[in-house]
Design a binder for this molecule. Structure first.
Ligand code: ATP
Ligand code: SKM
Ligand code: MG
Length: 166
């Protein structure tokens, strides 16, 4: 088994929630890449997007993933939903960990939308149709993984399915 368990998937698919559950169960450290980026700037994600722009956020995201993957510690790592837009992040994660893709259906995801908007800048000021388009376009970036896990059910269930594979 690889030393790191890495979770990818669309924003709100449950990477942070499920990652914490898995880390607790395995008694290993949990790292959330969005949280690391926010610590680096001392700002929330929405503020980073406003003050520095998405490109700068993505550069820091790549730096943080490379830093996290530069050691062989056993950890659970939850990525941000857009991390796999970058090929270098996809490759780094595939080489240094076991990558789990948390797949969620649109119908289930839609129910989480309202709670996500305040903290996800890419969802702000968009119609449901526009968001659906992003959801559909994004599916192809998540096609690089070791295991695909259906994340439509509760976070506990999703965590259980991942734990069966490790
Ligand atoms: N399996 C699940 N069932 C029901 N609700 C869930 C599930 N997973 C996550 N949620 C809820 O959806 C919201 C987003 O979850 P979470 O922050 O874990 O997503 P994420 O994949 O880390 O998103 P991001 O890519 O933006 O970091 C939270 O309010 C969480 O409680
Ligand atoms: O899907 C995305 O592009 C993002 C997801 C979040 O985890 C954050 O990384 C940020 O809001 C961007
Ligand atoms: Mg998260």
């Amino acid at each position: 088994m690889h030393k790191k368990i890495i979770l990818t998937g669309f924003m709100g698919s449950g990477k942070t929630t499920v990652g914490q559950l898995i880390a607790k169960e395995l008694k290993v450290p949990f790292i959330d890449v969005d949280e690391e980026i926010e610590k680096w700037y001392g700002l929330k994600t929405t503020e980073i997007f406003q003050q520095f722009g998405e490109q700068e956020f993505r550069r820091t995201e790549l730096d943080q993933v490379k830093r996290i993957c530069s050691n062989t510690e056993i950890q659970v790592v939850s990525l941000g939903g857009g991390a796999f837009l970058q090929e270098e992040i996809r490759n780094t994660c595939m080489e240094n960990g076991t990558v789990f893709y948390l797949w969620v259906s649109w119908d289930v995801w839609k129910q989480r939308l309202d709670s996500l908007v305040p903290s996800r800048p890419l969802l702000q000021g968009k119609t449901e149709n526009e968001i659906h388009r992003i959801f559909t376009d994004r599916q192809k970036i998540y096609n690089t993984y070791h295991f695909k896990i259906k994340a439509d059910n509760g976070a506990e269930q999703t965590a259980k399915e991942i734990l069966q594979e490790v």
